[in-house]
Design a protein around this ligand. Structure first.
Ligand code: HEM
Length: 454
């Protein structure tokens, strides 16, 4: 535990700095227009822990990496996931991932033998996309790389988790999945959301999308139940799991809820990170050249496999740096169960804590020149003096992302395939703006042109 976290006065209740009641309410109502900027202002004005007082509900914004580590790792038993979010997603994910057993069930999927053949699936889907891009390149036709990366990510994630790629782009199941993601993002930045059972046009669209996805996934689960083959994917892991004491497995409904709970939050961040990578490479031609040199040296034009990844160090640093500049889950939250002290400040039970992940990743106390895109900052000699908890795109502690390694490997593979095949350039005059919604996404997409490498 860091000394700054333990440096607490156990008997006193040090008041957390922050705006007044009115100031807090006004902050919270305006915040969602530009939350990153607001969090930054709060941090500069009030410090590492900021208290937002809205009467009965206490909200604390935590900006210090060591404090976040303390909460998510060292005193994790005192904090639970936010109920508001769990409620919102109940329809799709049921009870979600609230108990330990789910983590045990799916951990098996993350054994490397389960994704040994995933590189072929990723290469095939990426190849199909590149064939389509050939037409864009021939016609000098700009296209939205952000949308392409979301489609690609959904395609290979679905293929590797449940053996279906939903013919992404045209299939109504893929369209419905993206509509669900859009719905969560829109709700995340709205001050007032009617419950999803209210028949507003947005809710009706969302419910229709949920039904489409549920029906399609139920059908896949049923087919797989009958054919009984172990395909070593997530669906097989879920279907073959049995409770050690009772011998009972998961019902088809539970299998579907757990599948979707992983599929949707897994494909979205991968798509977002890939989109930001192309944007940053187009702004930083020297970095692109360095990465290109590594790809030529290691792969020499052939398709990458998982075995090549340990030799693609520079490419990996490009991924890490993009995850730093654009952490897809830019804010995470927890609720305190019992009273606690964080950084000397009193945190009462039932308070909401928001971890400013984006703020930590852009904090000059941890990063030199934090706004610049500089993959080499992840070289061992430049990382030595930096706390590990300053880079937490996958969270930290016992509830951190289980797909951490897998995601980086998947992104590296796509990067190596696409960068060898073509060069992407930002359309002149197209302003790219990050929008901090549920995830950190490019508000108006990323319009680029492709030129084929010869
Ligand atoms: C760039 C890609 C990804 C990012 C940035 C990311 C980030 C995260 C974060 C921040 C959490 C913690 C959320 C919280 O504590 O509130 C999380 C949880 C999780 N992620 Fe990921 N994720 C990514 C991809 C994936 C993939 C590909 C999979 C699986 C195939 C996956 C599976 C999970 C699971 C199972 C959890 C829940 C762990 C638990 O609650 O015990 N993630 N992820």
């Amino acid at each position: 535990m860091s000394s700054s976290v333990t440096n607490t006065n156990a008997s006193s209740k040090v008041k957390v700095p922050g705006p007044s009641l009115l100031g807090s309410i006004s902050t919270l109502t305006r915040m969602w227009n530009d939350p990153i900027h607001f969090f930054d202002k709060l941090h500069n004005k009030y410090g590492d822990v900021v208290g937002l007082n809205i009467g009965f509900n206490k909200i604390f914004v935590i900006n210090n990496a060591h404090y976040i580590k303390y909460i998510l790792q060292e005193n994790i038993n005192n904090y639970k996931k936010l109920e508001r979010l769990e409620m919102q997603t109940k329809l799709l994910f049921g009870e979600g991932w609230t108990n330990k057993i789910n983590r045990q069930i799916i951990r098996r999927f993350f054994d490397p033998q389960h994704y040994a053949s995933m590189d072929t699936a990723i290469a095939d889907t990426t190849q199909k996309m590149l064939e389509r891009w050939q037409t864009f390149a021939n016609n000098h036709q700009p296209f939205d790389v952000a949308e392409e990366m979301m489609d690609l990510s959904l395609s290979f994630t679905a293929k590797s988790l449940i053996g279906h790629d939903f013919n992404t782009g045209q299939d109504n199941v893929a369209i419905a999945m993206k509509a669900i993601i859009d719905h969560f993002n829109a709700r995340a930045v709205s001050n007032f959301n009617l419950p999803e059972s209210f028949p507003t046009p947005a809710n009706r669209r969302y419910l229709a999308a949920v039904r489409t996805v549920q029906t399609a996934v139920d059908q896949i689960i049923e087919e797989r139940q009958h054919d009984g083959k172990d395909r070593a994917d997530l669906l097989s892991v879920l279907q073959s799991w049995r409770d050690e004491e009772t011998g009972i497995g998961l019902s088809p409904k539970l299998v579907r809820e757990r599948l979707l709970w992983i599929l949707l939050p897994a494909f979205e961040p991968i798509g977002r990170v890939l989109s930001w990578i192309w944007y940053q490479l187009s702004l930083n031609p020297n970095i692109e050249l360095q990465m290109q040199a590594e790809l030529v040296k290691v792969l020499g034009g052939r398709k990458p496999t998982f075995d090549d990844l340990p030799n693609l160090n520079y490419t990996k640093m490009v991924v890490q740096e993009t995850l730093r500049l654009y952490p897809p889950f830019w804010v995470l939250g927890r609720e305190a169960i019992e009273d606690d002290k964080v950084g000397g400040f009193y945190i009462p039970a039932k308070s909401t804590l928001l971890f400013n992940i984006y703020g930590v990743h852009h904090n000059p106390n941890y990063w030199d020149n934090p706004e610049s895109f500089d993959p080499e900052r992840f070289m061992p000699e430049r990382s030595r003096n930096r706390p590990g908890c300053a880079h937490i795109p996958f969270s930290i502690g016992p509830r951190a992302c289980l797909g951490y390694n897998l995601s980086i490997m998947q992104i590296q593979l796509v990067l190596a395939m696409v960068a060898q095949a073509c060069r992407l350039q930002l359309m002149p005059g197209h302003a790219v703006e990050p929008a901090a919604m549920f995830s950190l996404l490019p508000r108006n997409g990323i319009q680029m042109t492709a030129s084929v490498r010869t």
